[in-house]
Design a binder for this molecule. Structure first.
Ligand code: ACO
Length: 322
């Protein structure tokens, strides 16, 4: 049987750092409130002339270097993003052209903060099924472009960035299992109200920005993530406490702490980047993975649980041996 494994990781964060203290002069908030309620201290914001593609390209190049592969090796590209540069060509195609990758499947998928988990789950199927030998999997976002910077209930949370991995075939897992889910009944708790087919009309009062009923999202996120980690452990006959590292979506420190408690994991076994990155949606999990791989915490052979939850609602997990 053939499996897939992560052969290399990369990330890119825009240079500009926006601190909580700077936000204090933009909206009625405080550094203390943001830290206490979310755990976030700062976030990166893309420059005027930078797009999601630019961020994705940098992260992809890093992952390719880490895996020792070039454009000629890549035969599958998937990008999780809610903030593509344009409606089409899709961001996968734009990235393919930028990197100089030859004809292969290349697409973007939109599953909000779960975009990377969905993308990784799909890439695993292609690689382990023998339909691809070198998949580039990216999560990239410029959420700052769809954030209302006068709305304190959302603007203190989000940031920009990109993370990427290269997935290649392996004789042993690798990616052990992926669990993807969604429930569209929650569509009104977290959304962006407009799109190409539902354009903003003069009578529409909602801002063209992220709308979130934070407290309600919070409660469902905690419950759902507890359930997905239970599902993942049960599907693999694992006991709580057997996971080496939890790499959670970086939305809120209190949500992450609840998931860690469910897994009986001390917080020093949880990779945390949200204090420095904020919530970067589909980019958050691959960036956190890359941080812990590059600083030496995550080693080959470690058992990792990646999980995410986002608008839709969508959610998912990937269990893998690094
Ligand atoms: N500064 C100061 N006060 C604030 C701020 C702020 N930035 N934002 C809200 N408040 C106030 C509210 O007005 C409210 O005041 P009131 O009690 O006088 O009415 C009070 O703080 C509490 O508001 P809540 O919304 O109940 O605050 P909560 O503790 O729930 O924290 C937060 C808000 C951080 C948004 C939290 O609910 C959260 O993290 N939710 C989940 C977000 C998430 O996981 N999203 C999914 C992924 S995102 C994606 O898919 C794109």
């Amino acid at each position: 049987m053939r499996y897939s494994r992560i052969a290399g990781t990369g990330r890119y964060l825009p240079e500009r750092v926006l601190t909580n203290t700077e936000l204090e002069v933009m909206v009625d908030t405080s550094d203390e409130w943001i830290r206490a309620r979310t755990g976030i201290e700062r976030r990166h914001i893309a420059a005027e002339d930078q797009t999601t593609l630019d961020l994705a390209e940098q992260a992809a190049r890093q992952a390719m270097t880490a895996a020792g592969v070039g454009p000629a090796d890549i035969d599958f590209i998937v990008v999780g993003t809610t903030t593509p540069d344009v409606v089409f060509p899709n961001l996968g195609c734009l990235l393919q052209e930028r990197l100089g990758v030859a004809a292969c499947p290349a697409f973007a998928l939109e599953a909000a903060c779960s975009g990377f988990i969905y993308a990784l789950g799909i890439a695993d199927r292609f690689v382990s099924g023998g339909m691809a030998r070198c998949a580039l999997v990216v999560g990239a976002e410029t959420l700052s472009r769809i954030t209302d910077w006068t709305d304190r209930s959302t603007c203190v949370i989000f940031g920009d960035g990109a993370g990427a991995v290269i997935v290649q075939p392996a004789d042993e897992p690798g990616i052990i299992s992926a669990h993807l889910a969604a429930d569209g009944r929650y569509k009104d708790l977290l959304y962006f109200p407009y799109g190409p087919s539902r354009r903003r009309r003069p009578e529409d009062t909602e801002t063209a920005a992220i709308h979130m009923r934070g407290n309600e999202v919070f409660k469902v996120a905690v419950k759902t993530l507890e359930s997905i980690v239970d599902t993942t452990l049960a599907a693999n006959n694992l006991e709580r406490g057997q996971i080496d590292w939890l790499i959670p979506h970086q939305a809120n420190i209190r949500i992450i702490q609840a998931t860690a408690r469910r897994l009986d994991m001390p917080m020093d076994k949880v990779v945390l980047t949200l204090m420095d990155h904020g919530n970067t949606s589909a980019a958050s999990v691959p960036m956190a993975l890359d941080v812990a791989v590059r600083d030496g915490r995550i080693k080959r052979g470690d058992l990792l649980l990646l999980e995410a939850f986002g608008g839709g609602f969508t959610w998912g997990s990937v269990l893998l041996r690094y």
